[in-house]
Design a protein around this ligand. Structure first.
Ligand SMILES: Nc1nc2c(ncn2[C@@H]2O[C@H](COP(=O)(O)OP(=O)(O)OP(=O)(O)O)[C@@H](O)[C@H]2O)c(=O)[nH]1
Ligand SMILES: [Mg+2]
Length: 226
């Protein structure tokens, strides 16, 4: 259970307190956005369920964009620095934020992390949010884009069950495509249909970090953002 947002439970965090927390977060996010704009950093908030393949996707992205873009990452988990270590091994300067009991990153945590490495020399900063399809979507971090990793193994109905996450996504990356032949009840068409029902401007790229399929298209999407 998340101490700060109460996961939308009004018995734990009353509505007015929740609104105050979000207003404070929005102020801090605006400040972060000014930092990113001043330094020419493209900040991407990468969200998705635990184990959706977010870190694997960033590892594959590092291979695809090597020598083309300077990448950096901030990765959030309740405990351990594992993802930041994986990303550093993949050649992405990264720092980990351990949130303790909080199930999302907030703008203050990102601002604090920005004081450490030389982010102004990074072209693209990925924020790998805590694995969770609920509250990360409502905390603005100052990012330019929201990208959601949705793995084929999660089934076809997640966009319908967790609409807020997908309503706020600029792009959905359908991950682990190499596993699709093993999943009898999952089709890309059904996932596309579910996304079309909730995303205002549905955009999806099917990828596999394992085989590299679709990673070039994703890298192209990033490069087109500048
Ligand atoms: N077959 C296959 N497995 C994958 C792929 N991407 C990730 N995985 C596996 O899925 C598991 C979770 O991948 P991660 O990249 O750690 O997922 P994550 O979303 O970063 O997980 P958290 O940060 O813990 O939420 C690992 O065992 C990966 O090897 C893929 O494209 N294909
Ligand atoms: Mg990860």
């Amino acid at each position: 259970m998340c101490d700060t947002c109460g996961c939308g439970d009004t018995k734990i965090v009353p509505v007015d307190v929740h609104d105050r927390i979000l207003a404070g977060n929005d102020r801090q996010a605006r400040h972060n956005r000014e930092h990113f704009a001043m330094d020419g950093v493209l900040a991407i908030n990468l969200m998705g369920s635990p184990g959706a393949g977010k870190t694997a996707l960033l590892e594959a992205t590092a291979r695809a964009l090597a020598g083309k873009k300077r990448l950096g990452a901030i990765s959030g988990d309740l405990a351990t620095d594992h993802d930041a270590e994986r990303l550093r091994r993949a050649g992405i300067p990264s720092i980990g934020i351990t949130t303790g009991s909080a199930c999302h990153l907030d703008a203050e945590m990102i601002h604090h992390a920005l004081h450490d490495p030389p982010w102004e020399r990074v072209d693209c900063l990925f924020v790998e949010n805590v694995g969770n399809l609920v509250c990360p979507a409502i905390y603005d971090l100052g990012q330019r884009c929201n990208v959601v990793a949705l793995s084929v193994t999660e089934g076809v109905d997640k966009p319908l069950k967790y609409p807020v996450m997908f309503q706020r996504a600029d792009l959905v990356l359908l991950t682990k495509m190499d596993l699709l032949p093993h999943l009898e009840d999952v089709s890309v068409a059904a996932i596309r249909d579910a996304l079309a029902r909730v995303m205002p401007d549905p955009r999806m790229i099917a990828v596999s970090a394992r085989t590299g399929a679709g990673i070039g298209e994703w890298a192209g999407w990033l490069e087109a953002l500048g």
